[in-house]
Design a protein around this ligand. Structure first.
Ligand SMILES: Nc1ncnc2c1ncn2[C@@H]1O[C@H](COP(=O)(O)OP(=O)(O)OP(=O)(O)O)[C@@H](O)[C@H]1O
Ligand SMILES: [Mg+2]
Length: 309
């Protein structure tokens, strides 16, 4: 459905998208996740034909976005990360305005707008001024607007950003509804767990490159080759660290007040050796446990802990 090959976008000397390759299958809900400044918005704007690339191509259904945008415009729905101010426009007028930009015939507009406002739970706000809506409502309206021409592929740039917990839940409910519409959806966020629960595939972008992609489980497996072990001690973490540092199978040692964690690429046998070495050296171990795969940890690890959310 969507294929990106060797995409590069520079702003002056700065390379925001750096030879990015990406593939999104038809019907999937693709979570595009990365820390602030990773290049998500830039990539999504290029996908939607709103920004030109310096190198590489985006194909939708085999057509090149930079060459065939007129033909593709009807297939693509785009929800930007920011939206403007609309003085003196009521909700239904706003929707009607966008229907007009896609040349949707007048006689069809009412039904389309009714259905979309129902979908995003704004039916009873149709006569309200857009500017009087809450941020969450505006974002849902913006989502409804991106669906006005019934696009096959929806590109949503952080639809839940800046919302309070309750509004996030409401937005997520609407996004769940979208799954039933049988569209291909690409949705960005800098919060991996939030995306993981609704997406069929995830792509992780960092510094303009796609550094991992696949189902959540696949991504977990890629990274969990290395196991993380937490060791709690009664006292003397320094001693534990000293011993762990001598073991070649141990990596990433981190010391806290009462515990030490480390990474290990080894087998169960090797792990049990590590434990017995600690104990026989007199380290008073209270517990020795493998950490459960945690999506946020994985994300931090993959992106080098640069997320600043
Ligand atoms: N118009 C521009 N001029 C110069 N630099 C830009 C411009 N737009 C984006 N950048 C830079 O390109 C990089 C990627 O920005 P982009 O907005 O694509 O990231 P993002 O992943 O969407 O981040 P966020 O999570 O903050 O929305 C950032 O370092 C940003 O500062
Ligand atoms: Mg962005």
């Amino acid at each position: 459905m969507l294929k990106i090959e060797g995409l590069v976008k520079r702003y002056g000397k700065f390379t925001a998208v750096d030879h990015l390759d990406m593939e999104v299958n038809k019907g999937s809900i693709y979570g595009f996740v990365g820390p602030n400044g990773a290049g998500k918005t830039t990539t999504m704007k290029i996908m939607a034909g709103l920004l030109s690339a310096d190198e590489g191509s985006v194909y939708i259904d085999g057509m090149n976005v930079s060459e065939d945008i007129d033909a593709l415009k009807d297939k693509i729905g785009y929800m930007p990360d920011f939206f403007g101010v609309y003085n003196d426009l009521r909700v239904d007028e706003y929707m009607d305005f966008y229907a007009g930009t896609y040349y949707i015939p007048y006689e069809q507009r009412k039904d389309i707008i009714d259905n979309l406002l129902e979908l995003v739970d704004l039916k009873d706000k149709r006569n309200f001024y857009v500017d009087s809506l809450s941020r969450g409502m505006k974002q849902r309206l913006c989502l409804a607007r991106s669906l006005i021409h019934d696009p096959e592929i929806l590109i949503l740039d952080e639809p839940a950003s800046g919302l309070d917990p309750r509004a996030r839940v409401e937005m997520k409910e609407v996004l769940k509804q979208l799954r039933t519409l049988d569209k291909t959806i690409i949705i960005s966020s800098h919060i991996l767990p939030e995306l993981a629960e609704m997406c069929t595939e995830i792509g992780i972008i960092n510094r303009g490159r796609l550094i991992d992609s696949g189902s959540v489980n696949e991504i977990m497996r890629h990274i969990s080759k290395e196991r993380i072990i937490d060791v709690k001690v009664l006292e003397g973490t320094e001693n534990a660290v000293k011993i762990l540092e001598q073991l070649p199978e141990v990596t990433d040692i981190r010391e806290n007040t009462f515990d030490v964690s480390f990474g290990c690429n080894g087998t169960d046998e090797m792990l049990s050796q590590v434990l017995s070495k600690l104990v026989s050296a007199g380290v008073p171990v209270i517990s020795f446990t493998e950490r459960e795969g945690n999506l946020e940890d994985i994300f931090m690890k993959l992106t080098g802990g640069e997320e600043d959310a």
